[in-house]
Design a protein around this ligand. Structure first.
Ligand code: BGC
Length: 748
């Protein structure tokens, strides 16, 4: 439906306004259980089923649109929730239609993908995770929630907590990378940020943990593809970030598109009813992903839509996103005894409770205040927070001869396809983020800094993917006149995100060719990257003098890049995902198993019959946890409070970290543990703690961690989650290659 038709439809609707615009509602309602029970006592089966139905308005669509005439469906009383409608005016209009037609005046719930900002856009989630700063993650979600809530949105489909070890998968940009521990901490912080202390607060929204589960383990990194893995791997590596969000009190969950071991998540009773709602005691509601119910037919799991609807509801799914299956078949399934009234009631109750928690029964328009919307969007403090987050997410991959930071006296040629970009810089899934001029480009950021314009020049030279060469000469000419060359390069924003898997993760187009031309000029070349996934940067790491990974840094990205290049910001980010040497190494991750024939590298006396590639090193190009600073840090004096940890004991690990360079800087001190022998084999090491801390030039800080036997638990041979007595190794350092080591024993 186009906007015009929609407006006409809206205009023709007789509207009964539930709570008059401008007037503060003083409605006092009963406590939640009592209120919802009473309401449900009045609801017909059809009215209950309607609560389980979500349709999309005319915003972003990520699949086929069923029930696209959502306004008519609302008028018929068939809808409980709408996605992809934003701004106070539009959501108010839709809500008015709903309330005018809803016998019991049950408000609609508006959901939207607010992933890394609503209008003020923060770095993509993978980049934000590179900050290893939980406050940054919480604040980014707080800001996103405040702006979205002020714009009529009640519910975000975030955080995305899918662990992934595969940079071919485009959706790595939306998540926290490869590590379970870091991912769990980030997931917790993000839920707290979105939901705040109380969902009644007008700057909070419902969060939705997605995609349950193991969506990031898609075979061959191809989106929506099959997943198969042991229950142990699922529970140890993929599920903990989901569990962390339940602990944080997340209001909703979304099932994933993929199957696991032959069962699509949307029909997976074991996953949804047993683990999520049973074992973990999740009290919120579960929505499918976009047409997830319908997709059980091509999966080969449901014979038709009615069957798919039965499978989903009985698995524990509460709301059907866009598929219209619950709407069409739930009553029939009830009449035929395929689903029970109790199942419908449970789903309906969970959804009504969420609406209650948001205060929608008191005032369905409480998120529809145009004045608040205007005052909230792009608030100065939000932009400052976005700048800070972008600064903290920068990862310095290489810096030969301290070519960075740049000096204001130097003549710098800024080149590359993203040098003036205001579109891609905010990344994919950027909600209502402005792509046409609001974001600060690198050029703008630099220009704020450098008043003497003869010191800087800006020329794209090449495009991201396009191979046209018309502008290369002009850019080379400017570069030839400079002291330093800065090439701002990377991917299109939509090369990552949903349905954006790639088999080639090199710098696209002729960007590398252009870099080779620049290098021939004999000047130092700095590569600044904007991308949503780990790239294969073997050539670049050998040939560039410095590499700064800026991810897609968001609305304030250009300022952050300028501040980092000129040393106002000292980069402190660390990689949340391994950067491979070549795509042939994928999946590649730091916490792998050792194998029976581990390869020891070039010094290994046996070069042939080892677990290795014959045409590449096993090691990654840049390992998980890696990232440089303009200063340097040295680690020493690793101490353990005891060599024998008792079952109820605690172990303190301390290390001295000294800033040995010339700048104040933040370091992410990382603690890894290896369980040497287990009833099942254990990874070569696992992250068990981190601490990001500012260490002044010349200063030494003692950093302490505490470990307890609980931190050493895993699913043993009997699938019991226990810590097994025996020897452990501890590593502390600035990346997953940390080599400062000690040992202890967990005693019986
Ligand atoms: C995506 C979800 C998203 C949903 C609604 C789906 O295609 O997989 O992550 O929340 O669309 O936009």
């Amino acid at each position: 439906m186009n906007k015009r038709t929609l407006l006409l439809l809206l205009a023709c609707t007789t509207v009964t306004v539930y709570a008059q615009k401008g007037k503060k509602s003083k409605v006092v309602i009963k406590p939640r259980t009592e209120f919802v029970t009473e309401l449900m006592g009045k609801m017909t089966v059809d009215e209950k089923i309607a609560q389980l139905v979500q349709f999309t308005a005319d915003g972003t669509v990520t699949g086929p649109k069923s029930g696209s005439n959502f306004i008519n469906e609302i008028k018929k009383g068939n809808v409980g929730s709408i996605l992809n409608a934003t701004n106070v005016q539009y959501t108010r209009q839709i809500q008015e239609v709903n309330l005018a037609n809803s016998r019991l005046k049950i408000p609609l719930l508006f959901g939207y993908d607010v992933i890394h900002g609503y209008r003020t856009i923060f770095p993509i989630t993978l980049g934000e995770t590179a900050s290893w700063d939980l406050n940054i993650a919480r604040i980014a979600s707080e800001v996103a929630a405040a702006e979205a809530a002020a714009s009529g949105v009640h519910w975000t489909f975030a955080p995305m907590v899918d662990i992934s070890r595969d940079p071919r998968w485009g959706r790595v940009s939306e998540g926290a990378g490869e590590d379970t521990y870091l991912g769990s901490k980030m997931a917790f912080a993000r839920v707290k940020g979105f939901q705040g202390n109380s969902l009644k607060d007008l700057n909070t929204i419902l969060a939705c943990t997605k995609h349950f589960a193991a969506y990031g383990a898609a075979e061959a990194g191809r989106d929506y593809n099959t997943v198969d893995m042991s229950e142990r791997l699922l529970r140890e590596t993929y599920l903990p970030p989901f569990k962390a969000t339940v602990d944080a009190g997340v209001a909703t969950f979304m099932t994933s598109f993929n199957e696991i071991a032959g069962v699509p998540s949307t029909g997976n009773k074991w996953l949804v009813n047993n683990i999520l709602k049973g074992e973990w005691g999740f009290k919120g509601f579960v929505v499918t992903d976009y047409t997830g119910i319908n997709e059980m037919i091509p999966h080969g799991y449901a014979k038709d839509e009615q069957h798919a609807g039965e499978l989903a509801l009985t698995a524990g799914v509460d709301m059907d996103m866009v598929g219209a299956v619950f709407l069409k078949y739930t009553k029939k399934n009830l009449e035929e005894g395929k689903v029970t009234q109790a199942e419908i009631d449970d789903a309906c109750r969970r959804i009504l409770e969420a609406k209650y928690d948001l205060g929608l029964f008191e005032d369905p328009y409480r998120y529809n205040d145009a004045k608040r919307e205007k005052e909230t969007i792009y608030k100065k403090e939000f932009l400052d927070a976005a700048l800070n987050a972008a600064n903290k997410s920068m990862v310095l991959l290489k810096n030969s001869n301290n070519v960075l930071p740049l000096k204001k006296e130097q003549k710098v040629a800024f080149v590359g396809p993203l040098v003036s970009d205001e579109y891609n810089i905010i990344g994919s899934w950027a909600a209502t983020g402005d792509r046409n001029g609001y974001a600060v480009s690198v050029q703008e950021g630099i220009n704020k800094f450098i008043t003497d314009k003869s010191k800087v020049s800006f020329n794209k030279g090449v495009e991201i993917k396009d191979t046209k060469r018309d502008n290369i000469q002009a850019a080379l000419k400017a570069a030839a006149n400079a002291d330093v060359i800065v090439a701002v390069m990377g991917e299109f924003e939509n090369q990552t995100g949903e349905a954006a898997s790639q088999v080639d993760i090199n710098l696209p187009g002729i960007q590398k060719e252009f870099l080779a031309e620049l290098k021939k000029l004999g000047k130092p070349v700095v590569l600044v990257l904007m991308n949503g996934r780990p790239l294969t940067l073997g050539w670049e790491s050998e040939n560039m003098d410095a590499i700064l990974e800026a991810w897609f840094p968001g609305t304030m990205g250009g300022d952050a890049i300028a501040q980092t290049l000129y040393g106002v910001n000292n980069p402190s980010g660390k990689l949340p995902m391994t950067f491979p040497r070549s795509v042939g190494q994928v999946p590649i991750y730091y916490n792998h198993k050792n194998t029976g024939r581990p390869y020891l590298g070039a010094s290994d006396p046996e070069q042939k019959y080892k677990s290795r590639y014959t045409d590449s090193d096993n090691s990654p190009l840049y390992e998980f946890g890696y990232g440089l600073s303009y200063t340097t840090f040295s680690y020493g004096n690793l101490k353990l409070s005891t060599q024998k940890l008792s079952p109820n004991g605690k172990l303190k690990v301390s290390v001295d970290v000294k800033n040995t360079g010339n700048f104040d800087g933040e370091e992410v001190v990382q603690l890894y543990v290896k369980d040497v022998v287990g009833s099942v084999t254990r990874p070569v090491r696992e992250l068990k703690g981190f601490n990001k801390t500012l260490i002044k030039k010349g200063e030494t800080k003692t950093i302490e961690f505490e470990l307890s036997p609980d931190d050493l638990r895993f699913y043993n041979i009997d699938m019991k989650f226990v810590a097994e007595p025996g020897d452990f190794e501890v590593f502390v350092g600035g990346s997953s290659n940390a080599d400062l080591k000690s040992t202890f024993e967990l005693v019986k």
